[in-house]
Design a protein around this ligand. Sequence first.
Ligand code: F6P
Length: 545
Amino acid sequence: MTSLSTSPAWSTLAELASQIKHQHMRDWFAQDPNRAEKYTTSACGITLDYSKNLITDEVLDALQTLAKQQQLGAKRNAMFAGDIINYTEQRAVLHTALRNFSGKPVYVDGVDVMPEVLATQDKIQAFTHAIHSGEHKGYTGKAIKQIVSIGIGGSFLGPKIMSEALKPYWVSGVKVHFVANVDGCHIHDVLSQLDHEETLIVMSSKSFSTQETLQNTLTAKDWFLSAGGKQEDIAKHFIAVSSNIKAATDFGMAEENIFPMWDWVGGRYSLWSAIGLPIALTMGYDNYRQLLEGAYAMDTHFIEAPVEQNLPVLLALLGVWYVNFFGAQSHVLLPYYHYLRGFPAYVQQLDMESNGKGVNEHGHVDYATGPVIWGSEGTNGQHSFHQLIHQGKVLIPADFMLPLRVPNQNDTHHAMLASNCFGQTQALMQGKTYQECFADLEGKGLDEDTRHTLAQHKTMPGNKPSNTLLFEQLDPHTLGALVAMYEHKVFVQGAIWGVNSFDQWGVELGKVLGNQVLDKLVNKQDSLSFDSSTNQLISKFRSAN
Ligand code: F6P
C-alpha cells in the first residue's frame, strides 16, 4: 500500500510548493485584478475570501486530487450514514443527527435515532419555557434567576462560548454562569454571589465520570444544603445532562431531571445535544433552534456543494497545504468581534483533540497532522502577537472573522474594527519591501549605514496567508453554520491524514496518573515510589498543607 506521503497527489503538491515558495502574492494580485472575485465564495451567511493564500488554480486542482485520492466523499457519506467510523471506540459519529431537520431517519445499528433526538429537543424546549416563564420554581417558591452550568471540555466550551457569542440575543431575568475547572476558586467565586433559593445547577457530563465536574457538583450540593436546602429539595435545583443515566441516578439526580445524550455524540461535538441546554436557557429555545438550523444548513452545503465552493473543504485543503508543504505548525483564529472572543478556544479543542494524532488505520504516520490552534480577538492581538505573524520566521496561516453589521453598536467603533481587520490581511499579504522602507527613510538625516540597517528591520516580507470570513451579522443561524463549518473542516483534514478524528486516547494517561497522585496527596503517610521529580513535588505539597 502506498503511504500518503509517497502518493502521486502528495508528490505533485510537494513539487508545486517548491515552485510557489519563489513567488509572491503581491505579484499575483497585480497581474490578476479578478483574483479576489475568483477566490471568494459564500454559503449559509458566511463569505470566505481565500484569495490571500499561496495558491494558484493548479494548486487547488492538486489539493482536490489529494482529497479524491483519500476518498473524502466516501468517508463523508459513511459519517452521515452512521457507520462505525470511530473504530477505536466502535462508535458511530452522528452529531449531524442532532441537527437533522430533513425529516429523514438516521440509523445506528438498525435503529432510527431521530425519535429520541426530537423527544430530547422537546424536553429542552419545555424546560426552557418553564424556567423563563417562572413556572419551574425553587423549593421556597421563588423563580429561578441564576443558572450554574458545570462541565468541562466539550461539556463546557460549546455552551459557554456560543452563549457568549450571542449576547445580543440573551433573555432578561435569567443569568447563566459556567464553571469548569476543579480549581475551587472558580466555583467559590460563582456560588458566593448567588441566592441558593433561585439557583439551578446544570451538571453536564457525557460520561458522568469526569473528576472536575463531579467534584464541582458535590461542592454545589454542599453549598445548597448548607444554605438551608434539604435533600428532598435537590430535584428542583439540580439537573443533569449525560449519556450515563445510571451513574447520574446513582449520584442522586432525579430520573426526570436527566437530559439524555448518546455515545455516538463526541464530547467536542456535543453542543448540539442537550449539552447545549444552557444556550437555550441563555437566549430562549427559538434562538437555540436557529443555531441548530444553521448547522444543518452547513451540513447540507458540505454534502452538496462542489469543492471549489465548499467552505469546509476549501479551508481544510488550505490547512493541509500549509501544514504538510510549508511546515506550518500552528493556525491562528482572529475574530474581530468581542462576543466571539472565545471562538479560538472552542476550535482549539475541536481541532487539536480530533486531529492531534500520530497513527492512522495502517500504523504510525510520517507526516504532520493537526496544527496548534490558537488566537484571540482583534484588535487586541495586533498590539501583541501579530508581530511574530508579520515578521517571525515561522509561517502562521490566519483566519480573520468579522460581522459586517453589529447590533446596538457605535458606527465609528465598528468601522475602526473592520479597517484594522482588513488592514491586517493586506499587510500580511503585501508586506513592505526593503526598497520601500529605504526610500521612506530618505531626508531623515540618517547616514547610509543606519538607513540600511533600519530599512532591514522595517522590511515586512508579506506573502503570509490568510482567509477572511465575513458574516452579514453573527446571528444564531450564522453561528451554527460557522461552528459546523469548522467541524467539517476538521473532519476533512482527518480524512486526508487518515486519522481517527473521534477518539482522544491521549488525554487518558494524565487522568489515571492524576488520580494516583491524588491518592498520595490525601494519604500523606504513604511512601512515594514515583520518579524523583514527581516524588519531590508531592513532598513539597504535603509539607505546605
Ligand atoms: O478529557 C477529555 C474529555 O473526555 C473531552 O473529550 C470531553 O469533552 C471532556 O473530557 C468532558 O467529558 P464529559 O462530558 O464526559 O464529562
